[in-house]
Design a protein around this ligand. Structure first.
Ligand code: HEC
Length: 110
C-alpha cells in the first residue's frame, strides 16, 4: 500500500508542463464562452464582428500583448489606433488565474 501511494505521488509530481498548459487552455476556452467574448469577436465563423476575429490571434500577438488587451484595452487601442466601437471592455478585475487561462487559450489559437 505504501509503495502504491508513493508511486501515485511520483506520478502526480511528474505531470508534464504540456498537460498543465492543456488544462489552462481548456479553462480559458470555458471562460471565453462564459464571459461572452463572442458578443464582439468572431471565432470559427461564429460571433459578432465588432472586434477582430480571434482565429489565429496567437500567431499575430505575443501572450503579453493579449494580456494587455485584457487588462488595459484603452492603452492598447491607443497604441494600435483602434477606433472600433463599442471598444474592448477591460477585464482587469478577473482573478489572475482566469486571466492566465484566457491568455493561454488565445495564444493557442494559431
Ligand atoms: C464590447 C465588445 C467587446 C467584448 C465583449 C470583448 N472585446 Fe475584445 N476587443 C473589442 C474591440 C473593439 C477590440 C479592438 C479590435 C481592433 O481594433 O482591432 C478588441 C480587441 C481584443 C483583442 C486584440 C485583438 C487583435 O486581434 O488585435 C483581444 C485579444 C481581445 N479583444 C480579447 C477579448 C476577450 C478574451 C474577450 C472576453 C473575455 C473580449 N475581447 C471581449 C471588443 C470587445
Amino acid at each position: 500500500m505504501k509503495i502504491l501511494s508513493l508511486s501515485l505521488l511520483a506520478a502526480a509530481l511528474a505531470v508534464p508542463a504540456a498537460a498543465q498548459d492543456a488544462a489552462q487552455v481548456k479553462r480559458g476556452f470555458e471562460l471565453y464562452k462564459q464571459k461572452n467574448c463572442q458578443m464582439c469577436h468572431q471565432l470559427g465563423g461564429q460571433g459578432n464582428r465588432t472586434g477582430t476575429a480571434h482565429d489565429g490571434v496567437g500567431a499575430r500577438l505575443e501572450p503579453e500583448e493579449i494580456r494587455q488587451w485584457l487588462v488595459d484595452p484603452r492603452a492598447m487601442a491607443q497604441k494600435t489606433g483602434s477606433t472600433k466601437k463599442p471598444p474592448m471592455i477591460p477585464y482587469k478585475h478577473l482573478p489572475k488565474a482566469d486571466l492566465d487561462a484566457l491568455v493561454a487559450y488565445l495564444s493557442s489559437l494559431k
